[in-house]
Design a protein around this ligand. Structure first.
Ligand code: ADP
Ligand code: MG
Ligand code: ZN
Length: 504
């Protein structure tokens, strides 16, 4: 039997506010001293009262506006009751039936795959709640410590409809959301630091011709702390459920954890139902009314920065001259995401192109060269050598000079690569470097020809091999000549000259 997989995500993100959600304590994720940022409100001392952090509401509204959600005029907070030691009040202030944002969608815009990247994932809602404290389990196994620094930190929760189909789609959604949250400066959203946390809900149901009405029993997987974990846990779980169903067994509705080392999910607890939480309106907080006026939604919307998918369109236009992604090739699309995810790279590239505009060279050719050298040589090299971006001493002006020399055939690609690495480390001016080390491509055709003659004379076997049709023999001869010229020649040109000489 064929099965259809459906996946829905619940994503939490810690909001980047100065203070906590309902008190004046600092919201500082970097705080290392336990229980430093606490007060009677976030410790739930009797008689204390919460006060809504307006900034936190505004940040959630920004996300909703960016994703096209409906923002109602009225919203309220509710108590979600459950007992756990990291929750001082014995309930969490959250939102139940009247969240800040309803609906909206996010496309899988980061995908290189055309069809995938235009897929719109519909959202159910985005609401605001508070985070819990952290339990620390010392190695002695005899005690548990509680750090309440995180208790009461504003937390956004975004819920999608069950419309995703596999691990990769879920990963792309999470990555796209993370980039949005960073762009909006709403959250640092680092999964490894727990600032963004994903829970995935997965179910399988027999595939049917009619749009299947009934979804299968869902399993929820918690504590996924990387994009890789999201993708792998889902793909493992789909397989596990399929095997159960194929054996005629039932999937148990439960919460499972992800064991990264074993690459498996494991049962944690049987899932609670909404009624177990005994939700009711928070009596200590006023509801939010007249939201569009109170938060000046029009202004908030107008002030949104360029959104990542808009930026992607702009980069595509700039890189390929094409108005829509549909007209680009996969090869053209691939590098765009790297620039999209690293605004500092894009800025450097754009500054380089501006410098190149002052040169009398073919700009289009220069742009393509600049992108290729940037991604393979600069970024590739820095990753290999573990050099941080902010430690590179290469400035756009110097990179532009190198690209310009390349376009004019003044230096060879070998030389360009070598001096790029040197400048990243030293910050030297390429013009000086080329002069000092005599790296300019030798255009003295007389000298080149005499070296070619020598190479041909000294390598009769390779010459014969080439005459007998062995193509690689020519590369060998080019290499020999290039070595004599210290790399300062154009290899294509050399090859052409040698071939002419031999085949005469
Ligand atoms: P709960 O109350 O258990 O948290 P919700 O109905 O609020 O469940 O849904 C939580 C998430 O689970 C949402 O992202 C939703 O899209 C997803 N979901 C709901 N039912 C299913 C299902 N049968 N299979 C997969 N995902 C589901
Ligand atoms: Mg849930
Ligand atoms: Zn406090």
């Amino acid at each position: 039997m064929e099965y259809e997989t459906v996946i829905g995500l619940e994503i939490h993100a810690e909001l980047k506010t100065k203070t906590k959600m309902f008190c004046k304590c600092l919201n500082n994720a970097e705080e290392t001293v336990p229980n430093k940022n606490i007060c009677p409100v976030c410790l739930a001392h009797p008689g204390t009262l919460p006060v809504i952090n307006k900034k936190a509401v505004e940040l959630v509204l920004k996300v909703g506006l960016a994703l096209g959600s409906t923002i109602p005029e009225f919203s309220k907070f509710d108590r979600k009751n459950y007992f756990y030691p990291d929750l001082p009040k014995g309930y969490q202030i959250s939102q139940y039936d009247q969240p800040l944002c309803q609906g909206g969608s996010l496309s899988l815009y980061l995908s290189d795959d055309l069809e995938e990247s235009t897929k719109e994932i519909t959202l159910t809602r985005i609401h605001l709640e508070e985070d819990t404290g952290k339990l620390i389990h010392p190695a002695d196994g005899k005690s548990t410590l509680i750090d309440f620094n995180r208790a009461g930190v504003p937390l956004m929760e975004l819920v999608t409809e069950p419309v995703l189909h596999n691990g990769k789609e879920a990963r792309l959604f999470c990555q796209g959301l993370q980039l949005l949250l960073k762009t909006l400066a709403v959250s640092e959203a680092e999964m490894e630091k727990g600032q963004m946390r994903c829970e995935v809900n997965i179910s399988l149901a027999p595939k049917s011709k009619v749009k299947s009405q009934k979804l299968g029993t869902k399993v929820e997987i918690k504590n996924l702390n990387s994009f890789k974990a999201v993708e792998e846990a889902i793909d493992y779980e789909i397989q596990r459920q399929r095997e159960l169903l194929e054996k005629g067994e039932k999937v148990v509705q439960e919460t499972r954890g992800w064991d990264e080392a074993r690459g498996k999910t494991y049962s944690q607890r049987i899932k609670e139902e909404a009624q177990d939480y005994r939700y009711f309106p928070e009596p200590d907080l006023p509801p939010l009314t007249n939201i569009s006026k109170t938060f000046d939604l029009e202004k908030l919307k107008a002030e949104l920065p360029e959104l990542p998918w808009e930026k992607k369109r702009r980069i595509i236009k700039q890189f390929t001259g094409q108005a829509t992604i549909g007209l680009t090739t996969t090869l053209e699309r691939k590098p765009i995401n790297i620039f999209l995810e690293h605004p500092e790279y894009l800025q450097f590239y754009e500054d380089t192109i501006n410098e190149l505009k002052n040169e009398k060279i073919e700009l289009k050719k220069a742009q393509v060269l600049a992108r290729n050298y940037f991604l393979t040589d600069i970024i590739g090299f820095m990753e290999k050598e573990k050099i941080k971006w902010e430690d590179s001493k290469l400035i756009p002006l110097y990179f532009a000079k190198i690209i310009s020399y390349l376009v004019q055939d003044k230096i060879s690609s070998r030389v360009a690569k070598d001096i790029l690495l040197e400048i990243i480390r030293t910050g030297k001016d390429p013009e000086k470097l080329i002069k000092e080390q005599n790296l300019e491509t030798i255009s003295d055709i007389g000298l080149i020809k005499s070296i070619i003659e020598e190479v041909i004379k000294n390598n009769p076997k390779a010459v014969q091999d080439y005459r007998n049709g062995k193509e690689t023999a020519l590369q060998f001869l080019v290499g020999q000549a290039m070595a004599r010229l210290k790399g300062a020649a154009n290899p294509q040109e050399l090859g052409k000259l040698i071939r002419e000489k031999i085949t005469g």
